[in-house]
Design a protein around this ligand. Structure first.
Ligand SMILES: [Zn+2]
Length: 143
């Protein structure tokens, strides 16, 4: 975006049309790229309702999360447990997704329990027992 804006300023005088053409096709390309990646699968089965929830939480505070499969059409096609899956099925799917996420260092990741629907900002709690159900906590992204 910024690059396009700078170029636009630079070339506005005589080449505006072709540069904005480039920007347009670049933006189209980005949109095309983004959609299939997002559609492929999630790396967690819950989200928090508000953006930036992690910013105001202390290491011992827990926030309620929302299961994605309740609001996603055809959740299984997105790598999510089916709507109405029982706790063990939800946890099995979530644990697999977490393994993937655990293989990538992502700044500010926290932990969550996909069964109790609670999350915490302290990544050092990863794979330690959930305070409610004692299942191992999984890796959680906030954005
Ligand atoms: Zn739990």
């Amino acid at each position: 975006m910024l690059l396009c804006e700078q170029k636009e300023v630079l070339y506005r005088a005589h080449q505006a049309r072709s540069v904005s053409g480039v920007c347009e096709s670049l933006n189209r390309f980005r949109k095309k790229q983004k959609a299939p990646v997002a559609a492929m699968s999630y790396s967690q089965v819950d989200i928090t309702e508000a953006f930036g929830d992690d910013q105001r939480l202390g290491p011992d505070e827990w926030i309620t999360t929302v299961p994605l499969n309740a609001t996603t059409e055809n959740p299984e096609s997105m790598g999510l447990p089916p709507a109405g899956a029982d706790a063990d099925e939800v946890y099995r799917v979530a644990s697999k997704l977490s393994e993937l996420r655990e293989s990538i260092p992502i700044p500010n990741d926290g932990v969550y329990c996909p069964v109790c629907h609670i999350a915490n900002v302290d990544l050092s709690k990863l794979r330690t027992p959930c305070p409610q159900c004692r299942r191992a906590l999984l890796k959680f992204g906030w954005d």
